[in-house]
Design a protein around this ligand. Structure first.
Ligand SMILES: [Zn+2]
Length: 458
């Protein structure tokens, strides 16, 4: 069966669907090898076609050479085995960022390999090949590597990230501890889930690896977290840590909020003292990239602050670096203003309407349009809205990895501690992506952002 007969059929914004012209059976992916599997044999018309096909099949036979990153996105190992190319479905055809594709603008071995790979995922139903429900089997070797090396890589990446902070010069007085060192230690301590006092060995290790120039005393860390001046710096670091994903995120973002518990009164206090003392909470509003689950922006408020007004700021900050195509959020964010802001940024909002909502425009024709789309095309709507579940997964990941309570008592320190937590989380996402997608973060190339980041403290 000539492979060229198979064309990848595509509806708007849909996953690539493989359509077959004849009713032929295709063997499952596992059976593919380069020992001349007849099903995948390609009688190429020219020599170069044949060569490409052969190379694609060679790639396919290598274990882990093709990685399914997301719907319509693959990372394919280069033939030399060094680095990966990005093969992406652009809604129309597969594109690759390898030199061959860029030069000739025609299917390269990486694209072919992905097409073969996909065929392994499809089953036959009459004349149409249907996409099988994909269970994402974890790439265990990459996962194990990421987990085992995470600790070492964490220090390394954090060091790179922190080195973008410009230290203000000191001309007089006793030499101060470097702000970089202090912030490094705060984040390192939070990542390792220890108290200030218990983190001494971490700082000595950081000193040995020359990530910091001086190991600070535990009191210095508590004092650092109390400084309101470091809050904007931490926000900048969050933005910076999300930037390696600008090329990877495809415009889908999700917004939500969750609570982090500050001090644990509660059951014991009630039992011991007979008084009911409530926990206090901080509310964390985030915007995440759906594909990588990287946090692109965060706002921290008191527990009673409403969700909806934060939407605009989160999205505007994200849009400074990312292109916005779709934004999903729960009904708490349903408002005319929020629909308008997404539209203004060139995207579509997928926010369910509240039960009592009406389609009355009240000055917003967009609201009326969205309301009718929601009512009439519910299935379609839900498919887009489903992407919101990624933000829940992100919260779960932050809480299980880095604990769901905050140790600080002071409100400013709580906010700074929370921001450090988010930075630590973003770095772990970066590590996972480095291993799985082969991306290399280079914070220094983002010069524009780097200039923004300068210490305002003295
Ligand atoms: Zn290619």
């Amino acid at each position: 069966m000539p492979i060229r007969q198979i064309k990848l059929d595509q509806g708007k914004g849909e996953l690539p669907k493989v359509v077959e012209s004849d009713n032929v059976s295709i063997k499952p992916r596992k059976k593919i090898d380069n020992k001349g599997n007849k099903t995948f044999h390609q009688a190429g018309t020219t020599y170069s076609d044949k060569l490409l096909d052969e190379r694609a099949r060679m790639l396919l036979s290598k274990e882990g050479a093709i990685k399914w990153i997301d719907k319509g996105l693959f990372a394919v190992q280069s033939q030399s085995g060094v680095g990966r190319y990005r093969v992406e479905w652009n809604g129309n055809k597969w594109i690759c960022n390898c030199p061959y594709y860029t030069k000739n603008n025609k299917d390269c071995k990486h694209v072919l390999a992905v097409q073969y790979y996909l065929l392994g995922y499809v089953t036959i139903k009459g004349k149409e090949l249907e996409e099988k429900k994909v269970t994402y089997s974890r790439d265990w070797s990459a996962y194990n590597y990421a987990q085992m090396e995470e600790h070492d890589l964490f220090g390394h990446i954090l060091n790179e990230l922190i080195s973008t902070i410009e230290e203000s010069e000191q001309h007089m007085g006793r030499p101060r501890l470097k702000l970089r060192d202090l912030i490094f230690c705060c984040i390192d301590k939070i990542y390792n889930k220890t108290s200030c006092r218990g983190a001494k060995h971490l700082f000595h290790e950081a000193l040995r690896k020359q990530y910091i120039s001086h190991a600070p005393h535990c009191n210095a860390l508590s004092k650092t977290l109390l400084k309101p001046e470091i809050t904007p710096i931490l926000h900048d670091l969050i933005h910076l840590s999300s930037l390696p994903f600008v090329g990877i995120e495809d415009g889908n973002f999700a917004i939500d909020s969750t609570g982090f518990c500050c001090s644990s009164f509660g059951a014991y206090c009630e039992h011991a003292h007979g008084t009911k003392r409530m926990h206090n909470w901080v509310k964390v509003h985030v915007c995440i990239g759906v594909r990588s689950k990287i946090i692109t922006d965060v706002i921290i408020t008191d527990e009673y602050k409403a969700d909806s007004p934060q939407f605009k700021k989160l999205l505007l900050n994200t849009s400074k670096f990312f292109t916005i195509k779709e934004v999903s959020a729960d009904p708490a964010y349903s408002s005319r203003k929020n629909h308008e802001i997404v539209d203004k940024l060139g995207g579509i909002a997928y926010i369910p309407f509240k039960k009592n909502a009406t389609g009355k425009a009240c000055g917003s024709a967009l609201w009326n349009k969205a309301f009718h789309y929601f009512q009439l095309h519910r299935e379609d709507f839900d498919r887009h809205y489903h992407k919101r579940s990624n933000v829940e997964a992100t919260f779960h990941s932050v809480k299980s990895k880095l604990l769901e309570n905050l140790k600080s008592k002071n409100r400013v320190a709580q906010e700074n501690e929370m921001l450090c937590k988010i930075i630590a989380y973003n770095i772990t996402v970066l590590i996972r992506s480095m291993v799985q997608m082969g991306i290399t973060p280079d914070f220094f190339t983002n010069v524009g952002v780097r200039n923004v980041i300068s210490t305002k403290t003295n």
